[in-house]
Design a protein around this ligand. Structure first.
Ligand SMILES: Nc1ncnc2c1ncn2[C@@H]1O[C@H](COP(=O)(O)OP(=O)(O)OP(=O)(O)O)[C@@H](O)[C@H]1O
Ligand SMILES: [Mg+2]
Length: 345
């Protein structure tokens, strides 16, 4: 028994102040108090125990949380490192894709440069002969004829200059194509740009595959005027679309039907303050389940090693950067049409 209660208990028992009955009642009350006290002590002890265990648990949880925070931080660092690596790889890939398409273009470019070069060579040869003739006329004293020949020579020199300029523009375009710098927007003759890249793509393909043939149709709206674009970028888009179209018609011809007449049509239209460039083919079309993916980077259905799958994704980005849109309409077994819409401004 608790020592204070014990003292009270002894005192009550020894004293004569209380009757026997009162004593029994008082002692009963003391025993009951002793009982309550014991229960309270027990409860207190239990609460203390719970407190101690909780404190330990709390400490452990805090430690665990700290460890988790650390590993999340580490994972985060690793993640941002691989993101950086991914970005670097992607820009390398984009650059090498540009170089690869430049390689594809080389044959087309060679063909394009050959034409103006032929003109330059032929007209300089003819002009050389004309100068001899002019000299003869001077010796004969036929001044009038000599002047007429001089006029011819002047015309020839103008042609030489014109074709020289053209070769110059082709080489410049080629250099711009391989450069990774950001181009500058300039007023551009959209029809001429389409025509140029259509021929580059066609001759590029023909140089690789002599059996390749397709009907090329163009329907250019001459009312378009100049459009403010980065010519080498929009040229790239047109080239990508035309190359895809040629690939599609060729695939249909070689794999499916031999009597199929491959055709690619490039159309330009002015609609309000927008210009619309459409590249349409009569190839196999794009299956519905593939349509959602074609603008994703690296998506390709070409055999491994043949396509990077970056053509359409880059094209989409370029058109977006010009404030325009790039859409596709395709029907399986019938063909595909890609439509670029650009603001004229
Ligand atoms: N005119 C088209 N007809 C049918 N399918 C097309 C056409 N254009 C694109 N596609 C589909 O979209 C895919 C992605 O085209 P994208 O130009 O991005 O890459 P790619 O042509 O496969 O490769 P790369 O352009 O690098 O040579 C193609 O693999 C093809 O499945
Ligand atoms: Mg492509």
């Amino acid at each position: 028994m608790n020592q204070h209660l014990q003292k009270i208990f002894d005192l009550i028992q020894q004293t004569d102040t209380f009757s026997e009955e009162e004593k029994t009642s008082l002692l009963k009350a003391i025993k009951s108090a002793e009982n309550d006290l014991m229960i309270s002590e027990f409860k207190l002890e239990r609460t203390e125990k719970v407190k101690r265990t909780t404190a330990i648990l709390l400490e452990e949880t805090i430690e665990e949380l700290e460890q988790k925070r650390k590993s999340i931080e580490e994972a985060n660092q690793a993640l941002s490192k691989s993101l950086e690596e991914l970005k670097a790889t992607q820009s390398q890939l984009i650059q090498s894709e540009k170089m690869a398409s430049l390689g594809e273009l080389t044959a087309g470019i060679a063909h394009e440069i050959q034409n103006p070069l032929n003109f330059v060579n032929n007209f300089s040869e003819v002009s050389n002969e004309l100068i001899d003739e002019m000299k003869e006329e001077f010796e004969k004293g036929d001044k009038e004829e000599a002047f007429a020949i001089a006029d011819d020579i002047k015309q020839n020199l103008e042609k030489i200059y014109h074709h020289g300029k053209r070769a110059d523009a082709i080489v410049k375009g080629m250099l711009q194509h391989s450069r990774s710098s950001i181009g500058v927007k300039e007023p551009t003759d959209m029809n001429a740009l389409c025509d140029e890249y259509l021929r580059l793509a066609y001759h590029g393909l023909r140089a690789k595959d002599k059996s390749f043939n397709a009907t090329l149709n163009t329907d250019f709206d001459t009312s378009i005027g100049n459009v403010n674009v980065v010519p080498q970028d929009i040229g790239r888009v047109i080239l990508n679309l035309i190359t895809n179209a040629f690939y599609a018609v060729n695939e249909r011809k070689t794999i499916a039907q031999t009597d199929h007449e491959p055709a690619v049509t490039v159309t330009t239209r002015k609609i309000g303050n927008k210009v619309e460039i459409s590249v349409k083919d009569n190839g196999n079309g794009i299956p519905e389940k593939v349509k959602d993916k074609i603008f994703q980077p690296f998506f390709t259905t070409k055999p491994t090693g043949q396509g990077t799958g970056l053509g359409l994704s880059l094209s989409y980005d370029i058109v977006k950067a010009h404030g325009g849109e790039l859409n596709v309409v395709s029907e399986e077994g019938a063909g595909t049409e890609f439509i670029i819409r650009l603001p004229i401004m």
